[in-house]
Design a protein around this ligand. Structure first.
Ligand SMILES: Cc1cc2nc3c(=O)[nH]c(=O)nc-3n(C[C@H](O)[C@H](O)[C@H](O)COP(=O)(O)OP(=O)(O)OC[C@H]3O[C@@H](n4cnc5c(N)ncnc54)[C@H](O)[C@@H]3O)c2cc1C
Length: 325
């Protein structure tokens, strides 16, 4: 394979294009939108690279393959914050923290003093926390823009319509690929961005709550991303109740969020297969990379590597589905 066409310039398509260029392919990227933006699910992501926390609900490949992510993004020149993740619960939900600890790895329990040393703003509000020191986060919009501009600088053509011939096509259209992948479904996620310069949280914090789980990701410049609902729906509508629940949970995490400026509210549907694991697969001259669910930035690097390897040496990696679609 020397000429590859990538359909879709979300996180999956940009990571695949990056891996193909690194292997010497001549790559073109087709996307109706000229740049990464609110039309794509990747725009709304939190940017958490949290394989261990995700292991609470996700299967083993997510944890293992997700460990490649932080290093991969750093090697592409993307700013990755490696400050770990904190997980806390409100007093009445204490048992949730023990349950989370049992279901995950790569953490240690902090007492109140250790938590205060790490994140002073949480002192006095939480008497213990789980700390995942090897997790990281990035700014997803900056990361997408960086990959896109670097690929263009390396000679990758971006266009709204397919141009010249290609030996192989990589279909990374996210939910739009349902026309050929009928068991792909949407799982709606709503998020908000708040500006609260007086809050000095420096790492992602997850608040476990039986009904309204929340995470807060610092974006710098006093801004915080709050995420995310998880609803079986492919609508992209922002519903009042979901957003109120997100905002209330943020207020419970840190009362100063009550005075924050509401910068943005967003929603999109994550592309997911029935088992919530991503899939690679081939049909004719097309390789599909899809179903990244909650793990686009976490898993796209590994999936892109595996897709590029499969295309160049014919191997059939894990998560591969023959005659896909
Ligand atoms: C609120 C929220 C928070 C999230 N937080 C995180 C997180 O913290 N960490 C994490 O790893 N993941 C997170 N995710 C998940 C992540 O955003 C998704 O897994 C990821 O964006 C899916 O990427 P994708 O490239 O498959 O799809 P998309 O980003 O949707 O990209 C698909 C692209 O295909 C293009 N396209 C559509 N039709 C065509 C066509 N006919 N031809 C060519 N191109 C086409 C679209 O324009 C789009 O650019 C979050 C998701 C949500 C909604």
């Amino acid at each position: 394979m020397t000429r590859a066409r990538v359909l879709g310039a979300g996180v999956a398509g940009l990571c695949v294009a990056t891996e193909l260029v690194a292997r010497g392919c001549k790559v073109s990227v087709v996307d109706p939108a000229p740049r990464p933006g609110p039309h794509g699910c990747s725009w709304w992501a939190g940017g958490m690279l949290a394989p261990f926390c995700e292991g609470e609900a996700a299967e083993e490949p997510v944890v293992r393959l997700g460990r490649e992510a932080a290093g991969w993004w750093r090697r592409q020149g993307v700013a990755v914050e490696g400050r770990g993740t904190l997980v806390v619960t409100l007093g009445r939900d204490r048992r949730e923290l023990d349950r989370f600890a049992r279901r995950t790895e790569g953490h240690r329990m902090l007492d109140e003093a250790a938590l205060a040393a790490l994140e002073p703003e949480l002192a006095g509000r939480f008497d213990r926390a789980l700390y995942f020191p090897d997790e990281a986060h990035l700014d997803p919009r900056a990361a997408l823009g960086h990959l896109r501009d670097r690929l263009a600088g390396e000679g990758v053509a971006f266009a709204a319509e397919p141009g010249g011939p290609a030996d192989l096509t990589f279909d990374c259209r996210g939910l739009a690929a349902r026309d050929v992948l009928p068991d792909l479904r949407g799982v709606k996620g709503e998020m908000a961005v708040l500006r609260a310069p007086e809050i000095r949280l420096t790492r992602p914090v997850r608040l476990l709550h039986p009904r309204f789980p929340l995470y807060v990701v610092p974006r710098g410049d006093g801004r915080f991303m709050l995420g995310a609902t998880q609803i079986e729906s492919d609508e992209r509508v922002r519903r009042v109740r979901s957003v109120l629940e997100l905002l209330s949970a943020a207020y419970a995490l840190h009362p100063a969020f009550g005075e924050a400026e509401l910068v943005e509210i967003g929603a999109d549907a994550r592309p997911a297969f029935p088992d919530n694991l991503p899939r690679l697969g081939r049909r004719g001259d097309t390789i599909h990379v899809n179903g990244l669910f909650r793990h686009g930035f976490l898993l796209a690097p590994a999936l892109a590597r595996m897709a590029a390897e499969a295309a160049s040496d014919g191997t059939r990696p894990e998560l591969w589905h023959e005659d896909h679609g």
